[in-house]
Design a protein around this ligand. Structure first.
Ligand code: 26V
Length: 818
């Protein structure tokens, strides 16, 4: 490291100074909370000089910059990651010696930054870590939500939502940067004017503006001197609200407008399953896109003036799903209306700058915004979208002359049931790269959802299989395994995860396998403690730990999991335990507050867990717990302590999955369908080391043609017994009929998730897993092989591919023809 590291004494002095002076706590009040704050400030001090140097280096060297635009960054906690990346853990421990508090305990004082829903938001956070580690000049742009993902409580088995007050005690990791405030217009109308050369030009007037104030969060690379930036925007009312209207007598109107402006960044939308369609959500999207693009353009103009030659060679903007896609039209607006470029020039620049990542195939999650809403909120942007569409439809007409239906299908504007802007179409038309997040997902995009775009522009489409950061998801969350691996193959794997393949031979080394399983056992003890503390249910670490944690959604099929649990329960009641393996089943995840079926599934899981907990006999073999408020920090305890990872979505529905990768790295075996990245996980570890079941994506489509769930139930006595228990109200004795909607969905010929079709095969695979678990040597071998072959699923690999194929693709390839 070029920047010198502080000694233990330096850090100790900094800690004391912040405790005594910055926070003014003296030495009488050693509350853990203030101690955490002081440590965070002391560590932040260590980041700031590297942060400044990184900014200066980028300014000097002028590398191509990447802006990662995302409505979500699910960062979790920061302190441990910062200490580990700066290699200051030992110093921090030493600094704490006088304070009767160990580092691990101190770290739990930090609240998670839960600024995301699930996979998409956590992926953005993993990507930032990899970009800083690979020293790529990437800035994350997002929203500083006052309330992140809601806090989930379970009351009588039902999910209850409470606000997430993560900023309550302040946030030591952010630095407000008011000098970089931007102004974002809304509402108003468009007028046509003529410039001095007599050319027609449009002006957006009468707007109600909102200020965007940036808060910067440092993103340190692993053991290098790079500190990148995550810039989160907060909405604030403009001065005019305060001065103009306040003084003109409309005091209350002014105040309500002020709060309306500040609403924009108040709360994260908690539905990741279907689009919200709410005006506030569109305001958030435009707010982020506009403020971020103004930021990017400001830096360019302050150095190069209004000559945009070479801009696209120096900038790439990655759109994390369609959420920030209004950026395509906003960049056009800024370049034309604010900086005087003509359409051609502005478009050439826009479409060689933007790149779009798709994260879902589910039609209900594809965003459309009604034209009338657009017209009202962003009239100038709608104008521009119409023009983009008109020019695009000419390209379509040239390629497929006379095919009006094709034009209708490809149009950025949907006509029925209401006129609406299709954000995915805008993203594809406006980007030089379109990528999916796992091989199967990208194939399905090319052959299904976006087939006609693929026919038009095959060169735009590419795959980037997701990954997760091995720092947070192995080295930091599993120190026992980290040390064992490092002792065995050195520590190069932390930067280059492919080196884990050197562990493959150790799968047949008895001593290594024993140590590997000892680490697993200790991690299971820690997980059992978490489960006991949060649910009161006691997990026995010698039993198999079978875990499914992720958002609750029908396509992820937590229902299939609990049906299997019911079948085990039924077997125990019937005394069929001779070949049984005792297991602890853990399920966790949040349901979107308006998603009735997902919430009912949570209730079913809780009722089944409760029934089993009450049953002495069942308890000899089976424990079931629903972990409330699953989040990033919970996963850091869960994945190291898991034996069996449940990745059981209906094939073709899970774009990639990333939890599957975290479990694999930490030596869990997967039971899963051929969906998303599961396919690549199975290819990497070998079919023998993966419990496969279920229909494949193409079979799902076929079977759907004349699907009859009853037929699957009748063919399997085990399934009949499960349905009988459910239908008889066994799990809802005091609330008769509450699970009827679940039974109806499961047995409907229209069930899109085809749970019944996969049930029997799933139980078979579970049986095989249970059987394998009894053979400790065999299981250990398979677990080691999972860790050893997980190298490909590092986000460092993913980000190297984004860097080489998308962000730094040769300019001539970037400047695509249209
Ligand atoms: C969708 C929507 C719809 C509108 C309302 C707000 C909202 C918020 C988030 C989303 C995201 C849905 C897409 C998503 O999270 N996809 C997940 O992305 C992961 C990272 O690529 C991937 O591993 C998961 O398979 C995929 O479901």
């Amino acid at each position: 490291m070029a920047t010198s590291k502080p000694s233990a004494l330096d850090l100790k002095q900094d800690l004391k100074r912040h405790f005594d002076l910055t926070l003014g706590r003296g030495d009488t009040n050693y509350s853990r909370h203030y101690l955490y704050q002081s440590m965070a400030l002391a560590v932040r001090d260590q980041l700031v000089s590297r942060w400044r140097e990184t900014r200066e280096r980028y300014r000097r060297e002028e590398p191509k910059r990447v802006s990662y635009l995302s409505l979500e960054f699910l960062m979790g906690r920061t302190l441990h990651n910062a200490l580990a990346n700066l290699d200051l853990e030992d110093q921090a421990r030493a600094a704490l010696q006088d304070y009767a508090c160990d580092l691990e305990t101190l770290e739990t004082e930090e609240l998670d930054a839960g600024l995301g829903n699930g996979g998409l938001g956590r992926l953005a956070a993993c990507f930032l870590d990899s970009c800083a580690t690979l020293e790529i000049p990437v800035t994350g742009y997002g929203i500083r939500y006052q309330f992140g993902m809601f806090h989930q409580k379970i009351v009588d088995g039902y999910q209850q939502e409470a606000p997430d007050q993560w900023l309550r005690d302040g946030n030591p990791w952010e630095v407000e940067s008011p000098e970089n405030t931007r102004r974002v217009p809304f509402f108003g109308r468009v007028v046509v004017e003529h410039d001095p050369q007599g050319r027609e030009c449009r002006r957006w007037v009468g707007t109600e503006d909102v200020l965007a104030i940036p808060y910067d969060i440092p993103v340190p690379g692993y053991n290098n001197d790079t500190v990148n930036t995550l810039r989160l925007w907060k909405a604030s009312a403009t001065e005019e609200f305060n001065l103009g209207e306040f003084n003109s007598g409309s005091y209350t109107d002014a105040v309500s407008k002020k709060t309306e402006a500040e609403q924009i960044t108040m709360v994260l939308y908690p539905n990741d399953a279907s689009e919200a369609g709410k005006v506030l959500r569109l305001r958030q999207q435009y707010f982020l896109a506009s403020a971020s693009l103004q930021d990017i353009l400001h830096r360019w103009i302050s150095r190069k003036g209004h000559d945009f030659t070479g801009f696209a060679e120096k900038h790439a903007v990655q759109l994390n799903d369609t959420h920030p896609t209004i950026a395509v039209a906003e960049l056009m607006r800024l370049l034309m209306d604010e900086h005087g470029l003509g359409w051609q020039e502005a478009w050439a620049l826009t479409e060689s700058t933007m790149a779009y990542t798709n994260h879902t195939l589910l039609p209900e999650a594809l965003e459309t915004w009604s034209v009338s809403l657009f017209e009202h909120l962003l009239p100038r942007l709608l104008d521009i979208i119409y023009e983009i569409n008109a020019r695009f439809l000419q390209v379509v007409a040239q390629r497929w002359p006379g095919d009006v239906d094709k034009q209708r299908r490809l149009s950025i504007i949907q006509e029925t049931p209401e006129r609406a802007v299709r954000m995915a179409h805008l993203a594809i038309v406006g980007s030089y790269s379109v990528n999916g997040v796992a091989a199967l997902h990208t194939d399905l995009l090319k052959q299904g959802l976006f087939a006609e775009f693929y026919a038009l522009w095959p060169h735009k489409f590419n795959n980037k299989t997701n990954g997760v950061t091995p720092r947070r998801w192995l080295a930091n969350c599993n120190p026992g395994l980290r040390d064992l691996i490092t002792e065995t193959i050195g520590d190069g794997w932390i930067r280059d995860l492919s080196q884990l393949d050197q562990l493959v031979p150790y799968a047949d080394d008895t001593a290594f396998c024993e140590r590997f399983m000892d680490v697993k056992y200790a991690n299971k003890q820690a997980l059992a403690t978490l489960v006991a503390n949060k649910t009161g249910i006691e997990f026995d670490p010698s039993w198999m730990f079978d875990v499914q944690v992720k958002r609750i959604h029908e396509y992820k099929r937590q229902l299939l999991n609990i049906l299997h649990v019911i079948s085990l329960y039924d077997r125990i009641r019937k005394g069929d335990t001779a070949s049984m393996t005792p297991r602890c089943v853990l399920i966790g995840g949040k349901a979107a507050p308006g998603y009735v079926m997902a919430k009912l599934i949570i209730k079913l899981i809780n009722n089944v867990a409760h029934t089993i907990a009450q049953d002495e006999q069942a308890n000899q073999w089976l424990k079931v717990a629903f972990l409330p408020n699953y989040n990033v920090s919970a996963m850091e305890i869960i994945c190291p302590g898991t034996d069996l990872s449940e990745q059981i979505s209906t094939a073709g529905k899970e774009a990639s999955g990333t939890g599957n990768m975290k479990f694999m790295m930490n030596g869990a075996l997967t039971i899963g369908t051929l969906d998303g990245a599961n396919i690549e996980i199975r290819d990497a570890v070998g079919a023998d080391n993966f419990f496969l079941f279920g229909l494949e994506a193409h079979e799902v489509a076929q079977t759907r043609q004349n699907y009859n769930p009853q037929q699957y139930i009748e063919a399997d006595p085990n399934f009949q017994a499960v349905m009988h228990l459910l239908q008889s109200g066994h799990f809802s004795l005091f609330e008769p009929g509450i699970f009827d909607p679940i039974i109806a969905a499961l047995t409907a010929s229209t069930d899109p998730w085809m749970t019944a079709a996969d049930f029997s095969d799933y139980c078979k695979a579970q049986e095989q897993a249970a059987c394998t678990y009894k053979d400790k040597t065999q299981w250990a071998r398979m677990a080691v092989l999972n860790t050893a072959t997980s190298g490909r699923f590092s986000s460092d690999r993913t980000i190297s591919e984004y860097r080489d194929d998308i962000w730094y693709r040769a300019p001539e390839a970037v400047r695509k023809v249209s």
